[in-house]
Design a protein around this ligand. Structure first.
Ligand code: ADP
Ligand code: MG
Ligand code: MG
Length: 868
């Protein structure tokens, strides 16, 4: 088995594609070496060594020692130096490198191979004793910290004392003798701490560092990081051993980091920072102010330090060539580390650069226009979630913020507002023009009007699929969910986090991208849709085959939302509280007027494009409050006795509303509601036509159907109403009656249902609940553990369960289309905005995807990706 892979000087055993075996860093070092970039020679111990190490009780495969010795000899040959040599010693860096970058892992050890002999040689060859002993001091400190596990503070104290003795403030003011003495002090300290001498033998040092990397794979930090980022333990880490190059040997040396394009706005500018006479991590550590790479950047940042372009123009040009070479080769923006040793440039790392959503779009469009990648590659590389982020206001990155708690980033965007603790208060204040933030322990369908009125929502309980999260995403409201550290006291109208208390009316800001809850108002910047956004959307439309409504029609109009709003809920309640049928008719008359107005407006805006209107779906008790005080209010507003409100509330109470008196079951028992809604729809269609607009093909959708009889009964009601309206209005129009498929029984009976239904819309939220026997509002209690244990890969409410729910959909599509050829079918619900689910819909042959309007661009991109 090959456990060790070489790289350096125009050749390498590995390639960029071998990240699983070599880790990200190792694979890219190999790739850079083989395309001829100046990479110091080195070798990589594979991730398989790590896996074996743990399988075999922390021992190495027997061939490893020999393979490392050989690889080390290659490095010595390539560098013309010898490891541990007393005249021309080779020094090494030892770096961990997993498949995915993992901050929890071991830190890099630099200058490995130094001891009392080699340091003298280094001093002699470089002609710089100070440099040699500074490198030695850094090495002893780094090695003691990361390999021997000795507290850094010991060394910091000794360094402080050395500076005091010399009477100076800065590290670099120490002279060679001070540093030499400091190394002795460090080593003495090491002996005290571990009862052993600091290892002088370079080989012992090397194996010590290698062992430390492998051991760090199982340290607590790394474990936690893996859990948070779904990285399997079985991956293991690789170890990279590489010849050192020195950016700290004098003023013709430097070290730096760069992005091949601007990672924040995506502009095609070389963008980076460097430090003269410094080693590796000094740049990121912020010890000194780094300098800009280009004159342009220096000017735009108003820096008075010269740029690399000015201080080392030749090296700068070389670096620019490499930038070009890297982008042409990797076909993506790269994030690089480089070091200049005595006017010679070395590359130490490259990887795909992290970037903002904004930059991602810009770079994809630019690279396609430059011919570096194709349009379809540009589309494929953009995560649809990025688009979602772009559509919401975000916190001004320059603003100061005092974060008081953190929850789940449930719906993107930033929102600030006066804290309110009830939906009614949110509505009341919003009417007065105040911006409010609704804070609830959790939300229920009773709070919809408050969610609507608020700028954003914060809950202290519940997960990414809790009611608040789902509704907020649907409405495009930012939401932070499940911020457990926040204590809400409804009675006192205040919340607290530790010692911080926030009263109703005080301002909080939430960031739905990070999950942060911030005290006071943080300025936001409005979403800025760049030209690149429009271009990407246009390209997406060229490729996608799935239709999605919202852009081309409306896939689901939830009529109940029209009844929750403001004064309408009163009419709705009057209808529910009606003493008899005559009474109910009066209330329905009122609702008819409102509903007709709303739908007319929709039809008018949609200008002939299809609009699907769903009959009333939620159980009636959702419209009736349950506290005594609220019931009294309702009684007064609706003009009915309090007792009747109490009685109706009790009658409507259900043990399991999700499976209760809702959906078509309501229309079956109260056909007058169905009739009223059908009438509103058809009268609206007629009104639009009479006003000279395009007459829409209205689609009436019956929810929660389980049997053909249900559908037949209601279809007849709708048809009768349609005929009546056509006669009254003296005009003809076409319409369709279809059904939602959201129960397993409906999937299995799809063939029969298709005899009556003219279209299907899969309601995947309810279908998931009923297929899994899993309530969306309660799943939060155990789903995270299910995910951690690998029982489910994804929350089935976020990403469609293709094996189970998907199978039922497939069956239904097949049976439905067999009965009714070319029948129109689509899905609606949360899944309509999820890329993986959209891909699935494309595969099973659905015609359209409907989702909340805020997710339409996301869906457009995902649909294109599904078609590619
Ligand atoms: P990270 O994963 O945190 O980037 P690295 O392994 O890249 O860690 O190394 C940390 C620092 O050490 C970097 O700044 C890098 O430039 C420096 N470094 C690593 N290898 C060498 C080397 N062979 N010669 C000089 N500096 C090095
Ligand atoms: Mg690095
Ligand atoms: Mg449903």
């Amino acid at each position: 088995v090959q456990w060790v892979y070489n790289f350096g000087a125009g050749a390498a055993d590995g390639r960029a594609e071998m990240k699983n075996l070599l880790g990200g860093k190792g694979a890219n070092l190999a790739e850079m070496a083989s395309i001829g970039l100046p990479v110091p020679p080195g070798f990589t111990l594979t991730t398989e060594v790590c896996t074996r190490f743990y399988e075999d009780k922390c021992t190495y495969p027997t061939e490893l020692k020999g393979q490392v010795a050989k690889a080390l000899a290659r490095v010595e040959e390539r560098s013309g130096q010898k490891f541990g040599d007393a005249t021309n010693p080779l020094l090494l860096s030892v770096r961990s490198g997993a498949r995915a970058s993992m901050p929890g892992m071991m830190d890099t050890v630099l200058n490995l191979g130094l001891n009392d002999w080699t340091v003298a040689a280094l001093a002699k060859r470089s002609g710089d004793r100070r440099f040699a002993y500074d490198s030695y001091r850094r090495f002893v400190q780094m090695y003691s910290d990361v390999v021997l596990g000795i507290e850094l503070s010991h060394f910091e104290k000794l360094l402080e004392r050395a500076k005091q003795r010399r009477g100076v403030k800065q590290d670099h003011e120490l002279v060679a003798e001070d540093l030499e003495k400091l190394v002795m002090d460090y080593k003495a300290r090491v002996h005290v701490e571990i009862g052993m001498d600091f290892p002088e033998d370079p080989h012992e040092q090397l194996w010590g560092a290698v062992g430390a990397v492998f051991n760090s794979w199982m340290n607590q930090r790394a474990k936690t990081y893996r859990q948070l980022h779904d990285i399997p333990e079985s991956w293991g880490t690789a170890v990279n051993v590489q010849a050192m190059v020195f950016g700290n040997m004098g003023s013709d040396c430097a070290t730096g980091v760069a992005f091949t394009r601007n990672p924040s706005n995506g502009a095609n500018d070389f963008y980076g920072e460097f430090l003269v006479n410094a080693q590796g991590e000094d740049v990121v550590a912020g010890i000194r102010t780094p300098q800009e790479l280009t004159i342009k950047a220096r000017k735009s940042h108003g820096s008075d330090l010269p740029s690399l372009e000015e201080v080392m123009p030749n090296i700068f040009r070389e670096l620019c060539t490499m930038r070009q070479q890297l982008e042409t080769h990797y076909k993506d923006m790269q994030d690089i580390e480089f070091t200049i040793q005595q006017n010679k440039l070395y590359m130490l790392q490259t990887r795909t650069g992290k970037r903002t959503a904004h930059a991602a779009l810009q770079i994809a469009v630019d690279m396609a226009n430059e011919g570096l990648i194709s349009k379809s590659q540009a589309l494929m590389r953009l995560k649809p979630e990025l688009i979602d982020q772009l559509l919401h206001p975000t916190l001004d990155p320059k603003a100061k913020k005092q974060v008081i708690a953190k929850g789940l980033p449930a719906s993107p965007g930033a929102a600030a507002g006066k804290v309110v603790f009830s939906a009614d208060e949110a509505v009341r204040r919003a009417k007065d023009g105040e911006k409010v933030l609704l804070v609830r322990i959790e939300t229920s369908p009773d709070d919809i009007h408050g969610l609507h009125a608020a700028e954003g929502v914060l809950t202290t309980r519940g997960g990414m699929t809790s009611h608040a999260a789902v509704v907020a995403r649907g409405m495009g409201r930012p939401c932070v969910a499940g911020a457990g550290a926040v204590q809400v006291d409804y009675a006192a109208a205040r919340l607290s986090v530790g010692s911080v208390t926030v009263q109703e009316g005080q301002i909080l800001t939430i960031d739905g991208v990070t999950g942060e809850v911030i005290l006071g108002e943080v300025p936001t910047v409005p979403p800025q849709l760049s030209g690149a956004f429009g271009i990407i959307m246009a390209w997406a439309d060229e490729y996608r085959t799935l239709q999605e409504f919202g852009a081309q029609g409306i896939g689901l109009v939830r009529t109940e939302h029209m009844f929750f709003d403001g004064g309408r809920i009163i009419a709705m309640r009057r209808m529910i509280l009606a003493a008899d049928e005559a009474d109910r008719k009066v209330a329905l008359e009122e609702l008819l007027t409102m509903q007709r107005e709303d739908i007319t407006e929709l039809f008018r805006i949609m200008d002939g494009r299809p609009v699907t209107v769903r009959l009333l779906d939620p159980p009636l008790h959702e419209f009736i409050p349950h506290t005594e005080a609220e019931m009294a209010q309702v009684a007064k507003a609706a003009g009915v006795p309090l007792n009747r409100v109490r009685r109706r509330a009790a009658e409507l109470q259900e043990a399991n509303p999700m499976l209760g008196h809702r959906g078509c079951r309501l229309a079956i028992t109260y056909p007058e509601i169905c009739e009223m809604q059908a009438r509103a729809i058809f009268e609206a269609a007629a009104a639009v036509g009479k006003a000279g607009g395009a007459v829409p093909v209205a689609e009436v959708m019956v929810p929660l159907v389980a049997t053909l009889q249900e559908l037949s009964i209601l279809k007849e009601v709708v048809e009768k109403t349609a005929a009546a309206v056509q006669k009254e209005q003296g005009m003809n129009f076409t319409y369709r009656v279809g059904t939602m498929i959201e129960l397993p029984r409906a999937c299995l009976q799809a063939g029969k249902l298709a005899e009556q239904a003219e279209f299907f819309s899969f309601g995947t939220n309810d279908l998931t609940q009923t297929t899994y026997g899993l309530s969306r509002d309660d799943a939060g209690a155990f789903l995270p553990e299910y995910k951690a244990k690998g029982i489910v890969e994804q929350d089935p409410f976020v990403s469609l369960d293709q094996e189970g729910v998907g199978e039922l959909i497939k069956v239904a599509v097949e049976r439905g289309r067999t009965a009714r050829d070319g029948m129109k079918m689509g899905i609606c619900g949360e899944h309509g905005g999820d890329p993986a689910s959209i891909e699935f819909c494309n595969k099973v042959g659905l015609d359209y995807v409907s989702c909340s309007p805020f997710r339409v661009p996301v869906a457009r991109l995902a649909a294109a990706q599904a078609a590619l």
